[in-house]
Write a protein that binds this ligand. Structure first.
Ligand SMILES: [Fe+2]
Ligand SMILES: [Fe+2]
Length: 273
């Protein structure tokens, strides 16, 4: 199974550019085409939050248009980030019934693939930070406990770890230590995947591996100073492919764009000297 992760698309109404610079709509279109043109089609796609920029109806309507080729080709799962609005998201994607598995929060489990997907809702309306309250974590503990033998990916928008990028770390995830305690009780969790950082980052977490995903639009500048400037850069846009081998989850970062190659390593069966 190949699970494609796309994160932080930040779509704005009328295809307006994010921060006046980043053409997030065109970049998402290119990302969608790139995913669908891969030699192997993913079995599912999960969008790990910050789907739109301001949680507005018009933005979700445009998001739907932009991802329509994916919606027609394979199962697509959406999740809220700090830029999203739970109710507007649910209204805009009414046929995505998994978004309403639990009324209180947009948390859901998807059981129909070889790897189970469990999505968490870290949204605090009006805040850039995130939260996993006791109610959300009890749901997680219960949900993981119901399928202890199935390899599982837990997805959430805010990463539950510090990254070293000061201005992003100040947007905290309340409850991340309690999350670690829950995850540690359920060793079938192969990976905790997040977004929000607009960069690929990997860390050991609660006996498993936690990671973040690049954005198909802008990336957060890589500056590990506590007082790093709050900047973004237009490094190559990307997304991730989490490949389940049957035994392990192996994660690849893919870059959207035109690059030279492919070139062969060998000519006539011999390595080229
Ligand atoms: Fe974001
Ligand atoms: Fe975010």
């Amino acid at each position: 199974m190949i699970l494609c992760q796309i994160s932080d698309t930040h779509i704005k109404a009328e295809r307006r550019k994010a921060y006046g610079i980043v053409d997030t709509s065109a970049m998402l279109e290119r990302c969608v085409q790139h995913v669908l043109a891969r030699p192997q089609r993913p079995d599912a796609v999960i969008f790990t939050g910050d789907l739109v920029d301001w949680g507005r109806h018009e933005e979700y309507a445009l998001l739907r248009e932009l991802i329509q080729p994916l919606l027609e080709a394979l199962p697509v799962y959406l999740m809220p980030g700090n830029h999203d609005d739970r109710q507007v998201l649910r209204d805009a994607f009414g046929e995505h019934t998994y978004l309403r598995q639990w009324e209180a929060f947009v948390q859901y489990a998807i059981d129909e693939h070889p790897v189970r997907l469990v999505a968490l809702d870290t949204l605090i309306p009006g805040s850039g930070s995130g939260e996993l309250c006791a109610q959300r974590l009890q749901w997680l503990d219960r949900t993981l406990g119901a399928q202890p033998d199935k390899p599982t990916v837990v997805a959430l928008h805010h990463p539950p770890f510090a990254t070293g990028i000061g201005h992003m770390d100040r947007l905290t995830l309340a409850g991340s230590q309690a999350l670690a305690q829950v995850i540690a009780r359920h060793p079938q969790v192969e990976r905790v995947i997040a977004g929000h950082l607009h960069r690929p980052i990997t860390v050991r977490f609660a006996g498993t591996v936690a990671s973040t995903c690049p954005s198909p639009a802008h990336q957060v500048a890589l500056d590990l100073a506590p007082d790093a400037a709050d900047n973004y850069v237009l490094e190559p846009p990307g997304y991730q492919l989490h490949w389940w081998s049957g035994q392990q989850l192996v994660s690849h970062t893919a870059y959207v764009g035109e690059y030279e190659g492919p070139y062969p390593f060998r000519m006539g069966g011999q390595l080229i000297d």
